[in-house]
Design a protein around this ligand. Structure first.
Ligand SMILES: Cc1cc2nc3c(=O)[nH]c(=O)nc-3n(C[C@H](O)[C@H](O)[C@H](O)COP(=O)(O)OP(=O)(O)OC[C@H]3O[C@@H](n4cnc5c(N)ncnc54)[C@H](O)[C@@H]3O)c2cc1C
Length: 488
């Protein structure tokens, strides 16, 4: 134990324990690693410095794609890997993998000819082992306009329809952590990894409870660095990343009544219009980012860029900033390519890497939400080899994920029972934990302050908050979300 410090409260129980594995980071990658490790019998501790999924893993496009765009880049292995994982998730977590048809229009001059798209979606379905979530089809101009009312007909040469899936990124993290905890892992949010060094055949690591300020020393045989955009900053880390920012906007579906998701080509990138219950998600951007990953926000030019592209594709809609209900922005932790092959952000590969940089220290970086389970399996295969342990084979491809009644691709109805469950079973500590990540109510509903008021009362009942604490929580939530609501 570091001198002059005390392991109290949440840390008291673990301070004296020895672990096989410490996982740093409670995003989707850390959650997947912890689930795989615990289900193979490793004594596992996961620490997350803020709330679970508060990093990139609650700020994605909420899709489980094989990656049609990566096919065009010739990254066949990556597409095959993600396609297989997409189908696996549809089996182990059907509540978080809802088949979603995508219409990809072929406009003249975009470089996406109809014949090329038709060939691409055929190969795409083939890479799913011929059993994608739905079958592709190719359509002429008039059929496509009937399928997507309001789409720009000028220069349209038809298009294709293919299938990927809609998910709920933060719920995928929480339900994966619930599964990990069910298999015996200890998971702690608001607990930061501070330092660690090898000593006496294990790693002695210092962690800090950011709620109480208490710190504890933990002994573990191996450490997995799954700190996403923060990974390069951890001591012993060998991770080199290229961070790129992406923003999303939420609008009412009544303003843009699409039945299918729509792909909008823009230069070498594509954007999506994604139906989400009574709302539509628009996104995303892909620009280099050098700021603090914790404070990434949608800026005026990001919002203007996305709305401009959607308005060009749907000329009669005329969306403006006042249509936007909420925004979110995230940072992609992409593996940095060699400088000579840097290219644009969108050219940067979405592959993942697993590397042991010091004996017992593993960096697990890059990848996508879609491939998190595979990353967990491969990481624990490596950890097992290092530990010299004859671990059982990973079973995470077949084990069902935890499935609480309020978890799904759409937010549950606003109500006190859901809030009580989030507090009792899902480690919710602050108001924004429930509004932003356990339920997505913040992004989905217009009346942010009214809902926040009700939820703070229900959380207060569940967690014993007095009036002052409720007011503090409301203020904290407003500060956390003000930039998402006050649009330029
Ligand atoms: C705009 C955008 C759209 C995307 N869309 C998709 C999509 O549709 N489908 C898809 O498959 N992928 C998508 N992705 C990619 C995907 O979201 C990410 O690859 C994934 O969420 C990264 O997860 P992670 O666990 O590595 O990082 P994170 O979720 O950021 O988790 C890392 C965690 O580590 C914690 N941490 C850092 N330092 C410490 C410390 N010292 N102690 C304890 N904890 C620490 C952080 O607080 C953070 O919560 C998208 C990404 C972006 C940005």
């Amino acid at each position: 134990m570091a001198s002059g410090t005390l392991a109290i409260g949440r840390l008291k129980a673990i301070g004296d324990d020895r672990f096989d594995l410490l996982v740093v980071g409670g995003g989707i990658v850390g959650a997947g690693v912890a689930r795989d490790a615990a289900s193979r019998g490793l004594r596992t501790l996961l620490v997350e410095q803020s709330d679970f999924a508060s990093g990139t893993s609650s700020r994605s496009s909420r899709l489980l794609p094989g990656g049609l765009r990566y096919l065009a880049q010739g990254r066949i292995g990556l597409v095959r890997e993600a396609s297989v994982e997409k189908l696996r998730l549809s089996r182990i977590a059907p509540h978080l993998c809802q088949a979603l048809p995508f219409v990809f229009p072929a406009w003249r001059g975009t470089g996406w000819a109809r014949w090329k798209l038709a060939l691409g979606v055929r190969i795409y379905d083939f890479l799913c082992g011929g059993s994608n979530l739905g079958r592709w089809s190719s359509h002429g101009r008039d059929e496509l306009l009937a399928q997507v009312p309001g789409l720009r007909g000028d220069g349209l040469r038809g298009g294709v329809r293919y299938f990927d899936a809609l998910t709920n990124d933060a719920r995928l993290v929480i339900d994966t952590l619930r599964s990990a905890a069910g298999a015996g892992a200890t998971v702690l949010n608001y607990t930061a990894y501070e330092s660690g060094d090898p000593a006496d055949g294990c790693w002695r690591c210092v962690i800090r409870d950011r709620l109480s300020g208490a710190i504890a020393e933990v002994r573990t045989r191996a450490v997995v660095n799954a700190a996403g955009a923060w990974a390069p900053g951890l001591p012993h880390s060998g991770v080199r990343l290229r961070l790129t920012k992406g923003v999303h906007l939420v609008i009412d579906r009544a303003r843009l009544p699409v039945n299918d998701a729509v792909v909008l080509p823009e230069g070498n990138r594509i954007l999506f219009v994604i139906p989400w219950g009574e709302r539509v998600i628009l996104g995303t951007t892909d620009t280099d980012y050098t700021g603090d990953p914790a404070t990434v926000r949608a800026q005026a030019d990001d919002v203007g860029y996305v709305l401009g592209i959607v308005n060009t594709a749907f000329p009669a809609v005329g969306l403006g900033p006042s249509d936007v209900i909420a925004t979110w922005a995230g940072v992609r932790p992409l593996i940095a390519p060699p400088r000579a092959r840097a290219g644009t952000p969108s050219d940067t590969s979405r592959r993942h890497t697993i590397r042991m940089t010091d004996p017992g220290w593993f960096d697990v970086a890059g990848g996508k939400l879609t491939t998190f389970r595979l990353m967990g399996e491969q990481a624990i295969d490596r950890v097992g080899r290092f530990l010299g342990a004859k671990l059982p084979r990973s079973r995470t491809a077949a084990l069902l994920l935890a499935r609480p009644a309020h978890s799904g691709v759409l937010p549950p109805p606003v109500g006190p029972e859901v809030v009580a469950d989030c507090c009792r079973d899902e480690w919710s500590v602050h108001l924004d934990d429930v509004l932003l990540r356990r339920t997505s109510w913040h992004a989905y509903h217009h009346d942010h302050d009214e809902i926040a008021g009700r939820v703070s009362d229900w959380m207060g009942d569940a967690l014993g908050w007095d009036a002052a604490r409720r007011a503090t929580e409301l203020a904290r939530y407003r500060v956390a979300t003000v930039a998402d609501r006050t649009l330029p």
